[in-house]
Design a binder for this molecule. Structure first.
Ligand code: ADP
Ligand code: MG
Length: 279
């Protein structure tokens, strides 16, 4: 496009301003400047306040766009936060510790988090919420399951792009590896996963969730020496979240079942079993 400065007929200032703001990537100022100018005129604000208001709006929008980008890049299976997490449902979980972790200082300190507990106790929910909190603070996050990560690593190795993937995994500020322990790993899988943890050691934070206590991790990695070396790195600077308790899912579906039976006029409901029978 020819800039209107050099064109025969000079473009009106609005056109030029629009062009420059687009080039400077200031979409919010472009969208808002007339509306804010009208407000400023109404309120008798000087030009400094007017400019300040516009720049603030651009900053707020830019931060929101950045958070959205981080969330998309993290590839969360769902976006969950602590707002919807009921801490009373899992008394074994140290709530003050979790709320402190949600401030993300552990990421800056490059500490790790390991959440251990049986199925359905909210481990995935908690690490999604921690991941979201990190995105909101402008930190890069990647979310994956142990099986998914091993699959990605094997595929990358076969396609001769393992080094690139390893570099990406090492660079992210927070890596969440969910569900370690559900699937036993092949020897290659275990070694590749070990390398990821090892490369991140003291360089970035890693969150691992597992349904297995540490003494059963050897069964997943199939190798005592490797498991020892891995635990050594992961637990060097670590916050452990104890999440053993009743499955939230089971409790919910039981509560639903209790509410569901609606006997008709010809039916009675057994108060102990909830069983419906015809009269
Ligand atoms: P886990 O990963 O430990 O198997 P999930 O985090 O997948 O458990 O939890 C199962 C389901 O129950 C999810 O939908 C989750 O959001 C919900 N859930 C679990 N614990 C809680 C809780 N304490 N408060 C609110 N929702 C919960
Ligand atoms: Mg889970």
């Amino acid at each position: 496009m020819t800039t209107s400065a050099s064109a025969d007929i000079p473009a009106p200032p609005r056109v030029l301003l629009g062009h420059h703001l687009r080039q400077l990537k200031l979409p919010t100022i472009l969208r808002e400047y007339e509306k804010v100018a009208a407000e400023a005129a109404r309120e008798g604000q000087d030009h400094v306040r007017y400019l300040l208001r516009l720049v603030e709006l651009e900053l707020i929008d830019r931060e929101r766009r950045m958070v959205e980008r981080r969330i998309r890049a993290a590839r969360f299976p769902a976006v969950k936060s602590f707002d919807t997490f009921d801490f009373t449902a899992i008394p074994s979980l140290n709530k003050p510790l979790v709320l402190d972790l949600a401030r993300c200082e552990y990421v800056v300190a490059r500490d790790n988090i390991i959440a251990l507990g049986n199925s359905g106790t909210g481990k995935t929910h908690v690490c999604l919420a921690l991941g979201l909190a990190a995105c909101q603070r402008g930190l890069s996050v990647a979310f994956t399951t142990a099986a998914g990560l091993v699959h990605q690593l094997m595929e990358a190795r076969d396609e001769k792009r393992l080094l690139r993937l390893q570099a990406q995994l090492a660079a992210v500020k927070l890596l969440v590896v969910d569900e370690l322990g559900y699937v036993p790993l092949s020897q290659t899988g275990a070694e590749l996963l070990f390398e990821v943890f090892s490369q991140r050691h003291e360089r970035g934070s890693t969150i691992v969730t597992s349904n297995l206590p540490f003494d059963e991790w050897t069964g997943v990695f199939g190798n005592q020496r490797l498991t020892g070396a891995l635990l050594d790195r992961l637990t060097h600077h670590v916050h452990i979240l104890e999440m053993n308790g009743e499955s939230y899912r089971l409790k919910q579906s039981r509560a639903r079942r209790r509410k569901q039976p609606q006997p008709t006029a010809e039916q009675t409901i057994d108060p102990d079993t909830g069983e419906i029978s015809r009269t």
